[in-house]
Design a protein around this ligand. Structure first.
Ligand code: BG6
Length: 506
């Protein structure tokens, strides 16, 4: 549950100020994460939370509202006593994010909280708001002097994706944040980096002597990264219509996973050493020409389907709030190359989609065949010897498996693929309790930025994606919907791999 970096010490004393305190993210993820941290004794006694939002209510009402839902959002580990014992550390103030007066009131309230709770003036500002408020809140905090780090106390700001919607807006957002906060104070969340299984990829690659020597073009044939979701757009129509799968998933989560799979070993376990390597490998992705956008990208949108003769799944265009001629993609597949010595000639295939057959996120490393197939003669009748595959399962069924060939017992020389499997559940009890937010909030309180995105990382992702956005915009899709809900995505995505002689591992 904690990042690779952190020890089990309690986090630094601080007040966590949540902008957007009446919203869904706060209720579903942030307060439950704080609760889980408290339950694991990872928070110091001098800790408090101040919620701020437009809704008019006082701290008592806020505590009651949050308390009534907490049992369901925290799940099995919820302890009413623990909530009751800590609820007086939760404060609320109504405020308008654009109004400078609200920030003066916040400043006064923070001094009161520091007095009451013994917190030493460390403030963590969590912006659980629409992104259009990021720049405004940052600059109003600065105007009120709440960005200033002096006398040994710190001020940090957390924002969560989307970090812009293209290269230009991402640069503008970084510039706006840097006017008010220094880079070391800014913590950008990609919740995939908070996932245990994503962090474990670093442990697997760099903590084992057997992995790195064959983690390169000499042994690896190609890499597949899949984040498949079975749910549709749900109730996020207005956001998703503007975003689409490329911005919503590829620009952050999939490229984050790619950077961990493909980066060079960092020289140290220092946050910037790791983030330097991640950014470096993203910069090494071969830029897409307009021609390559046409050949090496696939976009899709789900159409209606009936599953098992019973379950009717709506087309994206029939979902509430979606335009009946929407051109928004709910599926993306890409084929990309990384221009480095390690990865020369190794294709990376990325795909993500909503309303796919299953919900699963995984990385498949497909190894090359043995250089001299001495069994070929003996295997004539069973010609398809499957290549070895390493599968890093991010979710669900978190774990790692290796598929390799073994001899089928008997007089005939026959081979069959077998599986060596590691499941988190078999080894670690605490594996499935955390949402990822626990780790990220804890790390931010500790000042450990390893799992957070740096400004240059965000911009390099958009630099790579911008040609795709441009070509897709100038050539609107004409075949949407092009995959049925509940399927494995559009046929063109299968063709993308078939051209290279591969197929998706579904
Ligand atoms: C979010 C996207 O960032 O990640 C959602 O906005 C997506 O559209 C979600 O459903 C997936 O996250 P997870 O952790 O459920 O795989």
């Amino acid at each position: 549950m904690r990042s690779l970096h952190s020890s089990s010490a309690t986090a630094a004393p601080a007040v966590i100020v949540i902008f957007g305190a009446a919203g869904d993210l706060t209720k579903r993820k942030l307060i439950p994460a704080l609760f889980n941290l408290e339950a694991q004794n990872l928070l110091p006694s001098q800790i408090a939370m101040v919620g701020i939002d437009r809704v008019a209510m006082n701290s008592d009402t806020y505590r009651q509202t949050m308390g009534s839902d907490m049992a369901s959002y925290v799940g099995n580990g919820f302890e009413q006593n623990l909530w009751d014992d800590n609820v007086d550390k939760v404060y609320y103030m109504p405020g308008d994010f654009r109004d400078p007066d609200s920030y003066q009131q916040l400043k006064t309230l923070l001094l009161e909280v520091d007095n009451e709770q013994g917190t030493p003036g460390n403030y963590l500002f969590y912006l659980a708001t629409p992104p259009s408020f990021f720049g405004i809140i940052a600059s109003e905090l600065a105007r009120a002097g709440l960005n200033e780090e002096s006398e040994g106390h710190w001020r940090r700001i957390i924002i969560e994706k989307p970090f812009g919607s293209d290269l230009q807006s991402a640069r503008a957002l970084n510039a706006a944040l840097h006017e008010s906060f220094e880079e070391h104070q800014i913590y950008r969340i990609d919740h995939y980096l908070g996932k245990e299984t994503v962090q474990n990829m670093m442990a697997y690659r760099f903590g084992n002597g057997t992995v790195e020597p064959i983690w390169n073009y000499r042994y690896i044939d190609h890499v597949q990264i899949t984040v498949a979701e079975s749910l549709g757009v749900e109730d996020r129509a207005s956001y998703y219509e503007e975003a689409g799968a490329l911005r919503d998933m590829i620009a952050n989560h999939l490229l984050a996973v790619l950077s961990i799979v493909a980066m060079e070993p960092p020289n140290s376990f220092d946050a910037d050493a790791i983030r330097d390597e991640q950014t470096k490998v993203l910069k090494a992705i071969e830029p897409f020409s307009p021609q390559r956008v046409l050949t090496d990208t696939v976009r899709g949108q789900y159409g209606e389907a009936v599953l098992d003769n019973t379950q009717h799944l709506h087309a994206y265009r029939d979902e509430p709030g979606i335009a009946s001629d929407s051109k928004t993609e709910t599926y993306v597949a890409l084929r990309l190359k990384i221009n480095s010595w390690r990865w020369a000639g190794v294709p990376f295939y990325l795909r993500t989609g909503k309303r796919m057959h299953d919900r699963y996120s995984e990385v498949v490393i497909q190894y090359k065949h043995a250089p001299n197939m001495m069994f070929r003669g003996a295997l004539k009748r069973h010609k398809n010897v499957e290549p070895d595959r390493l599968v890093l399962r991010i979710q669900p069924n978190e774990g790692i498996s290796m598929q390799f060939n073994a001899k089928v017992p008997g007089t005939e020389f026959k081979m069959s693929q077998v599986l060596m499997d590691f499941d988190y559940d078999d080894y670690f009890e605490e594996s499935n309790t955390a949402s990822g937010y626990e780790t990220l909030i804890y790390d931010c309180l500790c000042g450990d930025a390893t799992l957070f995105k740096r400004a240059d990382n965000i911009e390099v992702c958009w630099e790579f994606l911008q040609p795709i956005l441009d070509v897709w915009k100038s050539l609107p899709p004409r075949d949407f919907p092009n995959y049925p809900a509940g399927s494995n995505g559009p046929e063109e995505a299968d063709d993308l791999l078939a051209r290279d002689g591969f197929h998706w591992k579904n």
